[in-house]
Design a binder for this molecule. Structure first.
Ligand code: SAM
Length: 293
């Protein structure tokens, strides 16, 4: 263990959460994973790739419910190391279904047309804005024709104060913009993929005493911190509390989408009459009833 890994103030957010073993769930947690499973209609033996798997929550959840072959990649080696440690605690049949490895969304090592489902979520926000198109093209490249891309992404549904965004930047180490639902959908649909299914839910902040109790419990039970003295443990507690309070405030402005996009093979003609409440993927940014030449 290096010195920097024992100082919570010099650790990156992803290193820190992996180290203290906070379960990093996608927004909506198991409810979201269940939705993805129900909607994606995976067959036994299907091949699934998770991008930005962090410590492995989603991949392991999928493997518990479905006999498929899962690959989880993350650019952070500390997260992958922890994902493998967590996987080792699972029964053999889960371990046989899942593999975690270090990998970058922008340069996926797998060949074209390999996967029935690609799952991606929070990682897209972590990818620099200029590289996101490239990452989405990679997801599409590795999908089979009519394979599905699942995107579980947070987005801002109302104006967020700039000082709060600055605090988030400082914690995460990259620039956070008030990206909206249409920003993400636009980016996704530019790839030529078809919006197959979409749902969004609003997040909510929790009372501050819940945040404090949660942080105390998490840090007190963290296996990696057991060998540290009280002063060091206290440092972790105050750093994690600081982060959770900023995240909690941010949740007042956030919703998340679960979108399934299908890797279209033959382009589909525009659909005109839609039921109320669904997104019109042909007219995301206002009415444009037919694509003019
Ligand atoms: C907040 S976690 C995502 C957790 C969870 N999978 C979800 O759906 O929210 C974001 C993860 O994306 C990873 N990540 C960031 N850039 C990446 C990239 N270029 N390729 C793969 N993973 C990346 C980070 O290391 C981090 O573990």
């Amino acid at each position: 263990m290096t010195d920097s890994l024992e100082n919570p103030h010099s650790m990156s957010y992803v290193d820190l959460l992996s180290y203290i073993e906070e379960v990093n769930r996608c927004p909506g947690g198991k409810r979201t994973v269940n939705n993805i499973l129900m909607r994606s209609l995976l067959q036994d033996g299907a091949k699934v790739l998770e991008i930005g798997c962090n410590t492995g929550f989603t991949s392991i959840e999928v493997a518990k419910m479905k006999n498929c072959q899962l690959f989880g990649i993350d650019v952070n080696p500390q997260a992958i190391q922890k994902a493998n440690e967590i996987l080792k605690k699972e029964p053999d049949f889960i371990q046989e279904r899942v593999k975690f490895e270090v990998g970058d969304a922008r340069n996926i090592r797998f060949k074209d047309n390999q996967f029935d489902l690609v799952i991606t979520g929070g990682a897209n926000t972590f990818i620099p804005e200029k590289d996101r198109e490239l990452a989405f093209a990679e997801y599409q490249r590795v999908l089979k024709p009519y394979g599905l891309l699942s995107v579980t992404n947070l987005f801002y549904h109302r104006d967020v104060p700039k000082p709060l965004l600055q605090k988030l930047n400082d914690i995460l180490g990259f620039e956070i913009q008030p990206w909206t639902k249409n920003y993400w959908l636009d980016l996704l649909l530019q790839s030529g993929m078809e919006l197959y299914w979409y749902q969004e839910k609003e997040m909510q902040a929790r009372p501050s005493n819940v945040i404090k109790t949660y942080t105390n419990g998490l840090i007190n039970q963290s296996p990696a911190l057991k060998s540290l003295d009280d002063k060091q443990v206290q440092e972790f507690k105050s750093r994690w509390l600081e982060i959770m309070e900023v995240f909690n405030e941010n949740h007042r402005y956030l919703s998340f989408m679960t979108a399934l996009l299908r890797n279209q093979f033959v382009p589909e003609q525009q659909e005109l009459f839609l039921e109320k409440g669904v997104i019109d993927p042909w007219n995301l940014n206002g009415p444009k009833l037919w694509k003019e030449e």
